[in-house]
Design a protein. Structure first.
Length: 464
């Protein structure tokens, strides 16, 4: 067995692992990454962010085609199967893998495909798929192994009609009806996708309302449009058991209700991928969901071992994971940018999509902050009227005395893009963070960005 030495070894090639590896390599360090899958990219590329968002885009295009009067004048609505739509997602995955593979080669980062396990705090044993066992020594180690869907032991996920958010990508037909248990971000996104394909969807929410961390007005808008698309939402319901047959799935709820559908998608939480890392060999423990605790430099309880991405829990977003990984490398080698990621924009790719940054109305009210609200409804903007994407709104929360921006909330087409304009102003220091920026800046016309000027005028007119 050969032994090789590196300055840094990174476990995982998802966003966090990639960010850490690339930043360390740019600093002139000798870096290796270990990937348990046969291709780089992690769950983000193969099972989560990329395939689900590619699916969503394809479904959104189908919905636009089927509802556009101009297209209806030349033909009937078109039906597309789930496997057919999935083909477009797989093409994107291949492009992502190719690009990321080139990143590692260009930065002279060694990639080991196999499962890594701690022998001690500086030694990783890797059972590589091509060359068999190898031993790697490292001064510092980054755990960026990501997460997987939480799978309760009393549900048979091997049954062909029971899926999690990973295995749903192997679905080889379009079910007529689908029960989605868990109405978080993933559940809500897949509810939109399958409803857009004409599937009868029941969305089961263990909580009181959808995505309760969002601003109430945005949550209400999402609930309305999901129901308007034919989705039945059931709140305050928890499952008791699942019955399966060759023909259907029955979900038994604690309330006594019984629901039947062609398939079940269970997506109620995620667990960190830590169970096979040999953490017991270095005295590192996880919480009940397999997640690791870190300090504000992303250092674990073991001095030379760091962690980032989904494996540390909140916010479990690809966008944050990239920055966390880069921050890990910066903290290791005293580089610029070693800050703790604490403020992250929310991007939820339902149909229509949602994005927000900063405080909600409920939070500001609880904190007794004197705020005011500015709104712009997309149906009143020229660009939305042109594109036919009239559903949605932009909402600005600002301090009524100083005009400081406190929160940006957007619901509708391109929300995840639009929010970044407000985020950029909110990040400005002192008096530069002000509603007046939108009042005194000329925006291209017609654009969706123009909604900031409309919302700012709407809010400023409320101030007295």
């Amino acid at each position: 067995m050969t032994t090789r030495h590196y300055d840094v070894v990174v476990l995982g090639t998802g966003p966090a692992g990639e960010g850490a590896a690339m930043n360390a390599a740019k600093a002139g360090k000798r870096v290796a990454v270990i990937e348990a899958s046969p291709r780089v990219g992690g769950s983000c590329t193969h099972l989560g962010t990329i395939p689900s968002k590619a699916l969503r885009h394809a479904v959104k295009e189908i919905m636009a085609f089927n509802t556009n009067p101009m297209f209806r004048a030349i033909g009937e609505p078109r039906l597309f199967s789930f496997p057919k739509v999935l083909e477009s997602a797989n093409k994107v995955i291949d492009k992502q893998v190719l690009g990321r593979t080139e990143y590692y080669a260009r930065n002279r980062i060694d990639v080991y495909f196999g499962r890594g396990k701690f022998k001690d705090a500086n030694t990783i044993e890797v059972n590589t798929y091509e060359k068999g066992p190898e031993e790697i020594r490292a001064d510092r180690v980054v755990i960026a192994t990501g997460s997987r869907p939480y799978r309760p032991v009393n549900i048979d996920f091997n049954h062909p009609r029971v899926y999690c958010s990973d295995s749903i990508l192997t679905l080889n037909h379009t079910p007529r009806s689908l029960i989605i248990y868990g109405a978080g971000v993933i559940g809500s996104e897949y509810a939109s996708i399958f409803s857009g394909l004409g599937v009868r969807v029941e969305l089961i929410n263990p909580g009181k309302k959808l995505l309760s961390f969002l601003d109430d007005e945005i949550t209400d808008a999402l609930s309305y449009h999901l129901r308007d698309g034919g989705i039945l939402i059931r709140h305050n319901e928890t499952y008791e058991s699942v019955e399966t047959t060759d023909k259907d799935v029955v979900l038994n709820l604690a309330s006594g209700k019984k629901l039947k559908a062609d398939a079940l998608l269970f997506c109620n939480g995620r667990s960190g991928n830590t169970e096979s890392l040999g953490l017991e060999n270095i005295g590192l423990e996880t919480n009940s969901r397999g997640q690791l605790a870190v300090n504000d430099t992303y250092q674990t309880a073991v001095e030379n071992v760091y962690a980032a991405g989904d494996v540390i829990g909140w916010p479990s977003l690809a966008s944050a994971a990239y920055d966390q990984g880069r921050s890990v490398a910066a903290n290791m080698f005293d580089l610029e940018g070693g800050h703790y990621i604490s403020e992250v924009p929310t991007g939820i790719y339902t149909i229509p999509e949602i994005s927000s940054v900063g405080k909600t109305e409920a939070e500001l009210t609880s904190e007794k902050v004197p705020y005011e609200v500015g709104r712009a409804f997309f149906k009143n903007t020229a660009r939305a009227q042109i594109t036919g994407e009239a559903v949605g709104m932009l909402k600005i929360l600002f301090h009524r005395e100083t005009l400081e921006l406190l929160g940006i909330h957007c619901f509708g087409d391109q929300a995840s893009e639009i929010v970044h304009i407000g985020q950029a102003i909110m990040k400005q220091p002192g008096e530069l963070n002000t509603l007046k920026y939108f009042l005194n800046t000329t925006f291209n016309y017609p654009t969706m960005a123009e909604a900031y000027r409309v919302a700012a005028l709407n809010g400023f007119n409320r101030v007295f």
